[in-house]
Design a protein around this ligand. Structure first.
Ligand code: DC
Length: 241
């Protein structure tokens, strides 16, 4: 075996490690993380969905953002749960309501960023994320996974792309969901969200010092996945029999 062991697709690793994937909006984290998890037989956890769930609950219960105590209470009492779906993305539930599609609506997207800046909300969700990943064998994506949630994750990836490319991908995603949007507006919203997520006091978006930084403009999806699988193979010690 060479210096960079290559993991055959679908092979389990000997150790069930933790893979943290962070990066800004629209960098492609979800599709990459989902594929890496699928190839390794790991659990995929989309932590952004948890912040979105709290934003969605705020809208449902008419709790405004300014009411931080009320918003933290929503996060404390919400039973946020993920369930695998045989064909398609994993389903997200809040108090037994399937909110998978609802949390992708533009209004929820817009509110999720200020909701995620509330320290009390972060504290509760980070604890839940740590518990979800406590056994290893997870691919967790978000903004602070390698820095705060699992600072000892064996593999940390910071996945990014130019603002234009990220806006283009988000716009295409929205088209696919039947949402109409102007691409320039999408880019402006991405810029605003990145700015807020990167400048908040608590756990701002930032690459961990030891993260593998992948700039994905022009890099094929499979090549990004491959780099992460290779890093996983290196960090897990070896391949399973
Ligand atoms: O990844 P996403 O777009 O679904 O995330 C929704 C919001 O939640 C986004 O504005 C950043 C925030 N977030 C966060 O602060 N920390 C995480 N670990 C994940 C998401």
């Amino acid at each position: 075996m060479g210096p960079h062991p290559v993991l055959p697709q679908g092979s389990p690793l000997i150790k069930r490690i933790t893979i943290a994937i962070d990066g800004p909006a629209g960098a492609g984290k979800s599709s990459v993380a989902r594929k890496v998890a699928q190839d390794l037989g790991y659990t995929y956890i989309d932590t952004g969905a948890m912040y979105r769930a709290v934003a969605w609950l705020g809208l449902q219960h008419a709790v405004p953002l300014e009411d931080e105590v009320g918003t933290v209470e929503l996060a404390r009492t919400a039973a946020i749960r993920f369930a695998p779906a045989p064909d398609g993305p994993q389903r997200v539930y809040a108090n037994d309501t399937d909110i998978t599609e609802a949390i992708r609506e533009p209004e929820v997207t817009r509110l999720s960023s200020p909701v995620s800046a509330i320290s009390g909300v972060r504290k509760l969700l980070v604890a839940q994320q740590q518990s979800l990943g406590s056994e290893g064998g997870v691919v967790m994506e978000g903004r602070d996974i390698g820095t705060v949630v699992f600072p000892n994750a064996q593999v940390k990836v910071f996945l990014t792309a130019s603002e234009e490319e990220r806006a283009r991908r988000r716009w295409l995603e929205m088209q696919g969901r039947g949402q109409t949007a102007d691409i320039c507006d999408v880019q402006a919203q991405i810029r605003e969200r990145d700015q807020r997520d990167s400048s908040r006091a608590d756990s701002p978006l930032c690459a961990a010092q030891d993260a593998l930084v992948i700039e994905s403009d022009g890099v094929p999806f499979d090549a990004v996945v491959r780099r992460i699988l290779d890093a996983a193979a290196e960090h897990s010690g070896d391949l399973a029999e």
